[in-house]
Design a protein around this ligand. Structure first.
Ligand code: FMN
Length: 358
């Protein structure tokens, strides 16, 4: 029996197999509201065990990119409810990834009145696409006050509650890839001198406060987190204490009984490799399940599951391009290639029109 396609458990959840759809930002949410096209896209891919949605903002302030969805308004919750219903009807479970972009943002992408917030007023190198004016440099963010911090934590808690209202099975905190949670955690973006900065206990505090607030809102069995130790995406350079810092964070999350840690490994996309010692440390946690992702094909997924290296395997580009990836992998059918030109463009092309087997 293939380990990948056998039934799985994730905490209290029964999954139809061990395959997870990675969070994939696709920029189809016109006005930041999930729509029918998105419901169709997710339903097409619901033969996996667990879908983790694209990065979804808990706050108007967190909508750094064009056309990403939110989960803070009634219309957004109603839109997500339709997505969730379609996915559940096909047998998959679904978590929403809460992504607050923080300083990875441009004002042209944000609604009126929203503010670009970050731990410190340090702009990230790099550019951001805007529908109005094309590529623009990332904005210089406003350094958050303690009251901004409290309000933002409350937004995460509210978003977790909204996720529950929409019918999601849980939430994934986006603690990876240079967005707000990682901006607090890393010393290059966090230059604060208060209790949310400085030594690791300070830099980890915002992440842990957000985790605590989400747990208080919906329960520890429904909260996971994505982390990218050694990731450099979005101007997050390596630094000396990286491994010790992530070990501290992982143990703190484990002590809270968090459902899972989802490890990002973007070495298949040219990023530095994640040391084996990090995987071993995460695998050794007494409570948190481990989801591995990054560059997986069928053979590697089967091998790592059989070897007990993780609880579940997540895939991004293969399922983006193959709505019926489970069937294709089961039958040995050829795969569609992903088209990067349509990753973030509006409309159905390169989104819901990848061919499925008959
Ligand atoms: C188009 C695209 C959008 C992505 N959006 C997100 C996102 O919203 N949140 C996230 O955590 N990772 C995001 N990622 C990273 C993927 O989740 C995944 O880690 C990456 O694609 C590597 O896995 P793969 O080799 O199976 O594609 C994105 C990747 C791609 C290609």
């Amino acid at each position: 029996m293939s380990p990948l396609f056998s039934k799985a458990r994730l905490g209290p959840l029964a999954l139809q197999n061990h395959l997870v759809m990675c969070p994939l930002t696709r920029d189809r949410a016109t006005d930041n509201i999930p729509n029918e096209l998105m419901a169709e896209y997710y339903a097409q891919r619901a033969s996996v065990g667990l879908i983790i949605t694209e990065g979804t903002s808990p706050s108007p302030n967190g909508l750094g990119y064009a056309r990403i969805p939110g989960i803070f308004s009634a219309a957004q919750v109603a839109g997500w409810k339709r997505v969730v219903t379609g996915v559940h009807a096909r047998g998959a479970k679904i978590f929403v990834q809460l992504m607050h972009c923080g300083r990875i943002a441009h004002p042209l992408n944000l609604p009126a009145g929203a503010r670009i917030l970050a731990p410190s007023a340090v702009a990230a190198a790099g550019e951001m696409y805007t529908d109005a004016q094309g590529m623009k440099p990332n904005a210089t963010p406003i350094a958050m006050t303690e009251s901004d911090i409290r309000a933002t934590i409350e937004e995460y808690a509210q978003a977790a509650g909204n996720a529950s209202t929409a019918g999601f099975d849980g939430i994934e905190l986006h603690g990876a890839n240079g967005y707000l949670l990682e901006q607090f955690f890393r010393p290059t973006s966090n230059r604060r001198a208060d209790r949310y900065g400085g030594p690791i206990e300070g830099r980890a505090r915002f992440v842990l406060d957000v985790a605590d607030a989400a747990i208080a809102a919906i329960g520890k069995d429904r909260v996971g987190i994505r982390l990218s130790p050694f990731g450099v995406f979005n101007d997050m350079p390596a630094y000396a204490d990286m491994e010790a810092d992530y070990t501290y964070l992982a143990h703190q999350l484990n002590a809270r009984g968090l459902l899972y840690i989802h490890l990002v490994d973007h070495s298949a996309l040219g990023a530095p490799p994640v040391p084996e010692s990090i995987r071993t440390m995460l695998r050794g946690l007494s409570h948190c399940a481990l989801i591995l992702s990054g560059g997986y094909n069928l053979e590697r997924a089967e091998r790592d599951l059989a070897a007990g290296k993780c609880d579940l395997v997540a895939v991004g580009r293969p399922i983006l391009a193959n709505p019926d990836l489970v069937q294709r992998w089961k039958t040995g059918a050829a795969l569609n290639a992903p088209d990067p030109n349509t990753f973030y463009t509006p409309g159905a092309k390169g989104y819901t029109d990848y061919p499925a087997l008959g």
